[in-house]
Design a protein. Structure first.
Lengths: 488, 102
């Protein structure tokens, strides 16, 4: 330890976004307490503005790349990309939940504070280069999301989803931790570069074998977090039961951060024993795609269908991870951005379409939407088409780069099976489109209100982003390709 | 008399992991599932401290303190969620929490 343990100013700049978020979350909690009975929508706007400020800070931090706090934190293109991604998910979630929470009479400041804290945790996860930091970030993010899932505490579905998410989530975290403990024991370090060096020098010996077992334990834990099969069973229940804006958040933010950790840990720390862990990813990718798509086929509940489809999408991303190349890393980053926009849009809009109390979640309940609410129907169509992967949408380029990366690494069979899977996936998304545009609305179902305010803005932003990434993927693609080189 | 070595601690930790995992997978009562998860976290803590002693570093002990702190926070949130569940459904048995399924 150097004598002067105070961090340098530049290190504080590199940690500025997280600092802003934690202060913002605390401020919102205090304001919630002192503003009494006033409507709390302004706290939502404050949260969105603060997340925007944190995004500016992340861009500013990017201008002085490097490590901070003796290698615990690294600011590079990869960090900046994922920071901006999770902040964007946070902003979209906050904007789209104001109206929802007012409708469900649960518009309190805690919701926004929890979203901000969870985003802060994800931000720590994606920036850290050290297993203790990764664990702390993971827990800050997870504990806040457990509460968010059960935020409507009088709704039995929401509490049930929170219980399931909590039990399986903390079980998964315990496995990640057990893996981390063994990595520490086998390599004598928790810093990713040092772990890589230790694994390299022990290659073929007992220590490397131990590290491989530890990597498998971490794979189990992180596999839970990204809802990759065979650890996907919580996802449908949780996404269906949680309030829709929360499902939007869960399926995008924590998942993106967990994939960032996947990349950092497995590419940086365990890159040299890649052939040992590659089969895990291969099998999990195939299972996730197949289970996700085929289970989604038979769902009558749109929210549950989207939940299964998110498992399938985790499978596509795992295909790119299996490629173990920089092209694969870039493909993962691009796909997560595309997926975040289209999935947050779809879930947030669904929260609106299911009407008060989220009572109308069936596919048939969307009948006649095309004529009754043309804007909502058009936006939902954009998100669904992008989830299918139709050209001119973000989903198309995302899938294209993933399968290209897999082919470049010689994973021909995985690519073929992945493409067949996307074809299966098209069926259940198209079914929703058909019901929306070609069926008459039934008399018993109350009409959907018009979109307004923050929700409308968030949905327009999501759809504009989805189309922009589909028509002009160039700038984002350039950035991910430049940032895909992880520190070795 | 055999001295207690690092390996003994690791076996103890592995045993706790096993007991905890079996508990999570087989018990019906959610409070007991929660306790089983705590057992796994204790296994982690023992592991970290044993390795820390073996390697002669302080890293592992610092990490252990973080693990304990986070485990407490997690248990607090978990019990809070459990109370919300009990208010809604009057049960804390995992197999009676079955509103969401296909």
């Amino acid at each position: 330890m150097p004598g002067n343990s105070l961090p340098a100013a530049v290190e504080l700049v590199r940690f500025l976004p997280e600092t802003i978020l934690v202060l913002l979350g605390t401020l919102i909690m205090v304001l919630e307490a002192v503003t009494g009975d006033r409507p709390k929508t302004f706290l939502g706007h404050l949260a969105a503005a603060g997340l925007g400020l944190a995004a500016c800070a992340a861009v500013y931090a990017h201008s002085s790349p490097g490590e901070a706090f003796s290698g615990m934190l690294v600011v590079d293109g990869f960090t900046t990309f994922f920071r901006l991604l999770v902040y964007a998910v946070g902003i979209l979630t906050v904007l789209s939940s104001c109206q929802f929470l007012t409708r469900e009479r649960a518009n309190t400041g805690e919701f926004y504070a929890l979203v901000v804290f969870s985003v802060a945790g994800q931000s720590v996860m994606v920036a850290s280069h050290e297993l203790i930091m990764i664990f702390i970030g993971l827990e800050i993010s997870s504990i806040a999301t457990y509460v968010l899932a059960g935020f409507l505490r009088d709704d039995p579905r929401a509490t049930e989803s929170a219980v399931k998410y909590f039990l399986l989530g903390s079980f998964a975290t315990a496995f990640v931790l057990y893996g981390i403990a063994w990595i520490y024991g086998a390599t004598g370090s928790t810093e990713l570069t040092a772990i890589r060096a230790a694994v390299d020098t022990q290659a073929g010996r007992e220590g490397a074998m131990l590290a491989a077992v530890a990597a498998a334990l971490m794979f189990v834990g992180l596999g839970f977090k990204v809802s990759g099969a065979p650890f996907q069973m919580w996802a449908p229940d949780v996404y269906q039961g949680a309030p829709s804006p929360v499902s939007a958040f869960l399926s995008a933010g924590p998942k993106a951060a967990a994939f960032a950790v996947f990349l950092r840990v497995f590419e940086t720390a365990f890159g040299s024993i890649g052939p040992l862990w590659e089969p895990l990813f291969w099998i999990s990718a195939l299972l996730s795609m197949t289970i996700g798509n085929f289970a989604a086929l038979v769902q009558g509940n749109v929210k549950r269908m989207l939940a299964y489809s998110s498992i399938a999408h985790a499978g596509y991303i795992l295909v790119a991870l299996t490629a173990r190349s920089e092209v694969g890393t870039a493909a993962v980053m691009f796909y997560l951005a595309a997926y975040a926009l289209m999935n947050v849009g779809a879930f947030a809009l669904l929260g609106h379409l299911t009407r008060k109390g989220e009572r109308f979640q069936k596919v048939e309940d969307l009948a006649g939407l095309g004529s009754a609410q043309p804007l909502a129907a058009a936006l939902f169509s954009i998100f669904l088409l992008s989830l299918i992967g139709v050209p001119l949408t973000a989903g198309f380029f995302g899938k294209f780069y993933i399968f290209k990366a897999a082919l470049d690494s010689g994973l021909v069979w995985l690519t073929v099976l992945g493409l067949l899977n996307s074809a299966v996936g098209a069926y259940y998304y198209l079914r929703v489109l058909v019901v929306m545009y070609m069926r008459e609305a039934s008399e018993e179902v109350p009409p959907v209100e018009a979109l307004s305010g923050g929700l409308r803005a968030a949905l327009l932003a999501c759809s504009a982003g989805t189309l922009a990434l589909g028509i002009f993927p160039g700038p984002v693609l350039d950035f991910v390709n430049r940032s895909a080189t992880l520190i070795r | 008399m055999h001295p207690v070595t690092t390996a003994h601690y690791l076996w103890l930790s592995a045993a706790l992991l096993l007991i905890g995992t079996i508990g999570v997978l087989t018990r019906r009562n959610i409070v007991i599932i929660l306790m089983s998860i705590e057992l796994i976290l204790n296994a982690v803590t023992i592991n970290l401290i044993a390795f820390s002693k073996y390697l002669g570093q302080a890293h592992g002990q610092v990490f252990a303190i973080f693990v304990i702190t986070v485990a407490v926070a997690e248990a607090a949130v978990g019990l809070g969620i459990l109370i919300a569940l009990f208010r809604n459904k009057e049960t804390i048995l995992a197999d009676e929490v079955d509103l969401l399924k296909w």
